[in-house]
Write a protein that binds this ligand. Structure first.
Ligand SMILES: Cc1cc2nc3c(=O)[nH]c(=O)nc-3n(C[C@H](O)[C@H](O)[C@H](O)COP(=O)(O)OP(=O)(O)OC[C@H]3O[C@@H](n4cnc5c(N)ncnc54)[C@H](O)[C@@H]3O)c2cc1C
Length: 421
């Protein structure tokens, strides 16, 4: 099977290029990593008047930000009552910030005119079984208690919205939506530059150290000396000499996209909602502006199970929409999700005015944008009370490599076994 490309790279309307860093520079803030977190931090700090330098090892959106499904969710995987148990004294404020985070994303898209195919018709969490139906009903109860605009759809309503009769029901969240994720990341980078930030691609940080009152960030062609540093490298963290992102479980998730479909698929997701299901080896489903159908699931396109995952995706799509017959994929790609043990993101304190944000556990578009903004405000204002979660001094997850390998193997076995709903 010939390798296929990442759709988002081919279809992104936003373009972005920045030169590598060469020489010694000084800044108020050095941001390491050009995804949602880093670009949002750079944008908001520069807009507040700080002198910002952002360095990205590859190109903006190279990590999870340019590979994901594009669901702009209003919360985490973890439902509110579990969040409340895990962080009793922070949960109320944290959940409120997460609930408002899609509005932050869509407002940024609007105010910076980011060409990233925004659709704000909500998301559908699809019940794949009776047990799945109980799960979404319980989430509906928890979210409704917080005043969230969520609605439980029965099987007929779900089928009407989806154009697919396969699910027992769905949870619609009106706060959420979808974007072309790489275009959104590039748009944030463009806005950061317009606000005065200096961005440098193809510039991996090779060292990070505190030196007197400032941070020194070493790169191949020079150095950034900055009063504050934000490490926004998350699941794509490249080792550097100095403090880094602690090991978390890396979970692979792939997507495969058809060619643009026209009248023959007019009923399929006509509202443009982004969807995922309650299956243990979860499936995602959405369309893009050109009308492609994009199906996703756990698994890597860069490992031995690639053809098994792709074969499963073909069978799954045929099972979901039999009327369309065989629909070949034109694109297939995957990315790595940084999953913490409790599925909650962390802000790690690296030292004075130094932070790392990581572990959004598959929910990083809105939370990453929020964390980047909040970290920018924390370093510019030199106060931490506006951070969505309190910084931790250390983070330790156990057996991370083993867990990641186990999830990839499990997904491969399930996908080899067939296209079960
Ligand atoms: C396949 C997939 C599907 C997902 N689906 C969704 C979804 O639908 N909705 C959602 O909300 N979230 C989703 N996520 C999660 C979301 O994409 C991530 O949480 C988010 O992109 C993280 O953004 P980030 O800026 O923190 O990190 P990243 O986007 O990973 O950026 C980190 C950057 O740091 C750079 N870097 C690393 N090391 C160095 C170094 N030493 N020096 C300089 N630069 C460095 C990397 O090259 C990379 O560009 C998904 C993730 C994946 C992988």
């Amino acid at each position: 099977m010939t390798p296929m490309a990442n759709l988002w790279t081919d279809s992104a309307e936003e373009r972005f290029d920045a030169p590598p860093l060469d020489g010694q520079v000084e800044a108020d803030l050095c941001v390491i990593g050009g995804g949602f977190t880093g670009c949002s931090a750079a944008l908001h700090a520069a807009a507040a008047g700080a002198h910002v330098v952002l360095i990205e090892a590859e190109t903006v959106g190279h990590g999870g930000s340019g590979r994901n499904v594009g669901l702009v969710n209003a919360g985490l995987w973890t439902p509110p009552e579990t969040i409340a148990k895990l962080m009793p004294d922070q949960a109320t404020g944290f959940s409120a910030r997460l609930a408002a985070a899609p509005a932050l994303v869509f407002d940024l898209i609007e105010s910076h005119q980011i060409a990233c195919e925004p659709v704000r018709n909500g998301t559908l969490h699809l019940a794949h079984s009776e047990a799945g139906l109980r799960d979404i009903a319980d989430r509906h109860r928890q979210l409704s208690a917080q005043g969230a605009p969520v609605r439980l759809l029965n099987a007929d309503e779900t089928a009407a919205r989806l154009g697919i009769r396969a699910y027992h029901g769905a949870l619609h969240d009106a706060r959420a939506g979808t974007v072309q994720p790489l275009a959104y990341a590039r748009g944030l980078a463009r806005a950061a530059v317009a606000a005065g930030a200096k961005l440098h691609e193809h510039t991996p940080a090779t060292g990070l150290a505190r030196d007197g009152d400032s941070w020194r960030v070493r790169v191949a062609g020079g150095e950034v000396r900055a009063a504050a540093v934000i490490l926004a490298t998350n699941a794509y963290h490249r080792d550097l000499d100095g403090p880094g992102v602690p090991p978390v479980t890396g979970v692979n998730f792939f997507q495969a996209a058809t060619a643009p479909l026209g009248a023959e698929a007019a009923n399929l997701l006509q509202g443009g909602e982004g969807c995922w299901d309650t299956g243990m080896v979860m499936t995602s489903l959405r369309r893009d502006r050109a009308g492609r159908v994009i199906l996703g699931a756990f698994g890597s396109m860069e490992m031995a199970g690639r053809d098994i995952h792709l074969g499963w995706a073909r069978r799954k799509l045929r099972a979901l929409v039999p009327d369309l017959g065989e629909m070949p994929f034109t694109h297939a790609w995957s990315g790595r999700i940084a999953m913490t043990g409790d599925h909650l993101p962390r802000i790690l304190r690296l030292g004075p005015s130094g932070y790392a944000a990581f572990g959004y556990s598959g929910r990083g578009i809105a939370p990453g944008t929020l964390f980047g903004k909040a970290l920018a405000e924390a370093v510019v204002q030199d106060r931490e009370d506006g951070l969505p979660v309190r910084p931790v001094e250390a983070h330790r997850d156990r057996f991370t490599a083993l867990r990641g390998a186990w999830i990839e193997t499990g997904a491969t076995l399930v996908h080899a076994a067939g296209a079960r709903l």
